[in-house]
Write a protein of this length. Structure first.
Lengths: 205, 205
DNA sequence: TGGATTATTAAACACTGTTCAATTACATTT
DNA sequence: AAATGTAATTGAACAGTGTTTAATAATCCA
């Protein structure tokens, strides 16, 4: 049944086209400003066709999640070379921040935007597995640090979440333009300087 | 010219009505799902009239910012009673988190949502002044802590931003439903436990 | 009362996500 | 090769969005 297989392959190809077009438009215009009709125009099909490949707009952008997590994880790979867990933890934060600031829209989609995450109710969803594996990297690193005597009196889960929250807080305040309450001059450097403070804190924690 | 004044007063009244209706709907439906027509229905006027009182939808919801900051500052007032700056700082974080979790939509508007902050280009805007005065409270408390010998080796501005980022990170990850990557059982308690870890860290920082 | 000003409306514009009946394309069977 | 049945694709429609504007209603002042 080579024909049926080709059919499936072609169907997958169009799905891939939609995803690629969606990503292209999304990266340069953001979530809200990328409409179904925009995507349809881009792939030169009618808008209706998109609903034969995706349930709704959210499902399209939710599919892009995965790519974001893959990219983030790829960047984390070099951490394998870092023996000392404490140094690894510190490098991890730096990579996370860098990823967020260099891929603001992707980060937005992954960790800030409401819509696409909303009707992912079951925890078995691929996006949670992806996210979980990324968080696991943090968790296990923190765990190693604790085994080496760091973070005395802390508990693994809350501390890991706290660390995540700190870096997320910094980048999301910048991405969503709330850093402007600070002195204008300091805005550009603030995250780098704050992260430096954070490293100091981690050493003493 | 009592008549002119009454006119102005009446004009203010309708503006107030719009704002009140907008807030009512916003609190129970969120930003996206509150439309101009919804607000118009609520005050029993035609949709067009709203544009005689506000430039656009963003300006309406931007006006609600202020109320949020007022409420937040009101909650912060009891901190005046706390002598020790370190205790005050800790209590401050707790109040901030509580405010965010009890007024999620308002917090969303103040610190997460993109739209209404977007075309507030000039830093003289009331919203920045409001926000700045709130941040000043944090900054000055951190400053007092430093004068009492805490946070050695840190700098005021980056450290203050770091602390803000940490609490913002925790609540915004919860508000935008990204805590689900954690063990399901831990979700409810995670912020409280993490904040406890944060207090420990502050003592050692 | 007449004229100018202002407040308010209804209708329209250009969008949005989504659905669905109708159409086209195509592989399989006769 | 023609007919059939299935799947892909379309175009139009629905109900909604923010926003603009010409026309209307209301009000104040001379």
């Amino acid at each position: 049944m080579g024909i049926a297989e080709r059919k499936i392959r072609e169907k997958e190809e169009l799905k891939e086209q939609i995803l690629k077009a969606a990503k292209r438009l999304f990266i340069e215009r953001g979530f809200e400003k990328t409409s179904i009709r925009n995507i349809a125009d881009e792939i030169e099909y009618s808008p209706g066709i998109i609903y034969h490949y995706f349930q709704d707009k959210n499902e399209i952008f939710h599919s892009l999640h995965q790519e974001g997590f893959q990219e983030l994880r790829k960047r984390m790979e070099i951490l394998g070379a870092v023996e000392d867990p404490m140094s690894r933890l510190k490098a991890m934060g730096k990579i996370y921040i860098q990823f967020a600031l260099e891929n603001t829209d992707m980060y937005d989609l992954m960790f800030i935007i409401e819509a696409p995450i909303d009707h992912v109710e079951n925890r078995d969803d691929l996006c949670w597995i992806e996210g979980d594996s990324t968080f696991n990297l943090l968790r296990s690193t923190v765990h190693e640090c604790m085994q080496k005597g760091h973070f005395e009196g802390h508990h693994l889960e809350p501390l890991s979440f706290l660390i995540w929250s700190t870096v997320h807080g910094m980048v999301s305040l910048k991405i969503r333009k709330r850093v402007n309450v600070l002195d204008v001059a300091a805005v550009d450097q603030i995250i780098e300087n704050s992260y430096h403070s954070f490293l100091l804190i981690l050493d003493r924690a």
